[in-house]
Design a protein around this ligand. Structure first.
Ligand code: PEP
Length: 255
């Protein structure tokens, strides 16, 4: 079965609720010419803008995700948001383990695993982020780092659940820097990620897994990247913050 392209925008800590309404109105209009059978599209605003995005994008071909989830159902976890809270709002996707969370907020493979279990429990579609730093790539450690992140994230996750997970490969050195991995370099790494998934879950399930690329993807390079055999879409930061660039990136990716 051919994998469907999936492109998600990670808005990070950008867009107030009022700005979200404005951007979503523009997205809804722009994306009317994108065939929902060819690509799945989602945007992931900050928690405070999720309700506005869901209301504004109702009836469109754009889904809404969150940028994080806590592993507990409820309790004394000041500042955190649970799966039940996200589900009740109508959220469909959730980003887990983004490198900025790993770098600034103490996210580890273990907490990624706990958040992943919570997302699956609440029937949210997880986008699990992995990726190496520049030092790790230059030190020849890319594959070891990715293998550890994958095995850590998926510890105890059964085959039936693995099927529901999207993996986003985001080389940390390419995020927000304008430095994109070349399509060939990204493809080689995606192939390796699929190989590790095959070791864990078998060839057939690994073949079906959707693996996004993230790191300075833009309208100018989305076609070449997504044309690679093992690259199934993108997780987009900067280029997702404007309706024109997000639309053109998606349109080119499926051209
Ligand atoms: C991201 O934050 O997930 C990302 C890929 O950012 P950018 O597209 O800006 O590099």
């Amino acid at each position: 079965m051919a994998r469907k392209v999936f492109i998600a925008g990670n808005w990070k800590m950008n867009k107030t609720a009022a700005e979200t309404v404005e951007l979503c109105k523009a997205l809804k209009e722009k994306f009317a010419d994108i065939c929902p059978n060819c690509v799945d599209v989602a945007v992931c605003p900050p928690f405070t803008s999720i309700a506005a995005a869901i209301a504004e994008l109702k009836g469109s071909n754009i889904k809404v995700g969150a940028q994080n989830i806590h592993w507990a159902d409820n309790g004394a976890f000041t500042g955190e948001i649970s799966g039940a809270m996200l589900k009740e709002m109508g959220v469909e996707y959730v980003i887990i383990g983004h490198s900025e969370r790993r770098q600034y907020f103490g996210e580890t493979d273990e907490t990624v695993n706990k958040r992943l279990q919570a997302a699956l429990k609440y029937d949210l579609k997880p986008i699990v982020c992995i990726g190496e730093t520049l030092d790790e790539r230059e030190g020849g450690k890319t594959e070891a780092v990715l293998e550890k992140q994958i095995k850590g994230a998926f510890a105890g996750i059964k085959e039936c659940c693995f099927k529901k997970v999207v993996i986003a490969y985001e080389p940390v050195w390419a995020i927000g820097t304008g430095k994109t991995a070349t399509p060939e370099m990204a493809e080689e790494t995606h192939k390796f990620i699929r190989k590790v998934c095959a070791e864990l879950y078998g060839e057939a399930l690994a073949e079906e897994a959707v693996i996004q690329y993230g790191g300075s993807m833009k309208p100018e390079n989305s076609q070449q990247l997504v044309a690679q055999k093992d690259i199934d879409g993108g997780l987009i930061g900067g280029a997702a913050l404007k309706a024109d660039s997000f639309h053109d990136l998606v349109k080119n990716a499926i051209a």
